[in-house]
Design a protein around this ligand. Sequence first.
Ligand code: GCV
Length: 688
Amino acid sequence: MLVATAIAACAAPGSAEDGYRLWMRYPAVTATSEIDAAPATPVLAAAAAELRRGLPAGAGPVMLAPAGDPRLAELRLPTAQLGDEGYLVRRATVAGRSVTLVTGNTDRGLLYGTFALLRHLATGASIERVSLSSSPAVKLRILDHWDNLDGVVERGYAGRSLWDWWSLPELKDPRYTDYARANASIGINGTVLNNVNAKAISLTPRYIAKAAALADIFRPYGIKVYLSARFSAPIELGGLKTADPRDPAVAAWWRAKSDEIYRAIPDFGGFLVKANSEGQPGPRDYGASHADGANMLAAAVKPHGGIVMWRAFVYADTDPQDRAKQAYAEFKPLDGKFADNVIVQVKNGAIDFQPREPFHPLFGAIPKTPLMIEFQITKEYLGFASHLAYLGPLFEEVLDAQTGARRGETVGSVVSGAAEHHGISGMAGVANIGDDRDWSGSSFNQANWYAFGRLAWDPALSSRDIAREWVEQTFGSDPALVDAIIPIMAGSREAVVDYTGPLGLAHLMATGHHYGPGPWVSDLARPEWNPVYYHRGDHEGIGFDRTKTGSNAVAQYAPRLARAYSDPAKTPLTELLWFHHLRWDYRLSTGRTVWEELVQRYDRGVATVADMQRRWAALEPRIDAERWQKTATLLAVQAREARWWRDASLAYWMSLNQLPLPPGSAPPEHDLAWYKALSFPDAPGNPQ
Ligand code: GCV
């Protein structure tokens, strides 16, 4: 199939932009190219359509051909190692014509190769010397939407849910296709449509039909649909008396429900389950284990090739153990007990997506169980949609962390299953996508969606390289511009750590909506909901003793790490107060006391945001007005809120330690009572 195509103009150069096009800001000039795509499948058709949208003028003929195409035989291309989704893009002479060849073993490989070629060109590289080859290190690369069926997105700060459940399945918003294109462009191949705090109604025939309509739209982009399953659905929908996973009637109900879903969505991915966590029902309600629950569901989807992603985010107020220890305590004894189509989904840290947490001790600890990591792309604890916090360094820091359990093993290698050769591997990101015109609430939040996808494809990529390619595609490849934006991004996550919770402090935010500081909160029903539980500050000192003299959470890490974490002198400063309770006057390797160091870091965080503002201001002539202005405005919000976090926190710490601020450090703008009195019942993302 040879198609001569005119590429339509997208937007006039220099015109204002609203961010809708994300990083896929294809050339504005009309061009004509030849795209040879055979045989035609819906996936190949999607790839060819993308080339028509994005191939710049003068690119020359591009051929999309599967590795098995007889015309490629004599090229003897190294396609065997590309697997199911890998691609190879290079210049070649095929049937006497010089073309840019995109090939792979499946049409999905060709789709990813197409996007890789477009990325290559959009980042300023030439087509003459193109030579790209890659296959994903992780099999399941998934976005988890915490979208409720009423359109509210839990911890979502970019508007309402993209899914208009009410008008589905009939109305198919073209935006659903653009969502799929964006995800395919970074290799995401699965989406969980509904919140893990799930409602049973999402499993009714009406909602299955709606999910099927989305699945039909996403399929040509290699994206499978998954659903969060409410464990008690057999009671709520099926009228059964129990949801006990060991009850044959319960298992039969889930089998029938799965059969029904697969009739509507033949390539349905499977279920994601939050069980026995924060009020959700689960197998523990019946004295059964998480493995019993997961395996029962896994048996229901197994005949159809489906999987179960079972979350390890569990903690209970009835468990007096350190919350950071509870998931490990619950899941470690279950290693090897899960069915082969179950993957356990573990948050990157042991508490809850804080701006910094040490990696979760389950990584490296249960080698017989495939683990998928769960990151939060939406910034529940990093300034909502308004703060500029590039999460690439956070993702990278966790993936690169050595588990200490086996030589050279990192969290990333556990996740990719490199060592254990599990049949499944996965990375999930809690989406930051809503119906805001720019999808994620700001230009720079788009970078977090982008970085997640790229790292899920290849956990070894560097966050800086990812930032560079994102900037080049999003703002243009002018080196002066790119070199100015990257430093803004590179230091931004550390700035949030500094002004919200330096030195390993965590979970200090206000209650419920989690907007702004609340380190003083101590009156919530469950002990581990209170910030005071986490920082343990008093007149003498601060920090959570997780060594032998305290909760001994360090013992959940491999011995080498446990030894280091047991000694404050060997614990990285960034994680110090996570593992140790220290006197305010304890002297650190920096020469400063704990108190002086804390203040210095709060000040550094505020100063970094001011610096980010200055750098951005200088870019005004180089960036379209609309995106420049929105970012400038949001940076002003961030500057104000960074100061608020710093001032409120210091006012509170000083009320405990009665220490003066080190010389040169500005006093908080208001007294502690002023900060405590602030109230934001209308803050977004907090489902009532
Ligand atoms: C979906 C945190 C969030 C909750 C979220 C939960 C989870 O506790 O605040 O909104 O619920 O994590 O990951 O299940």
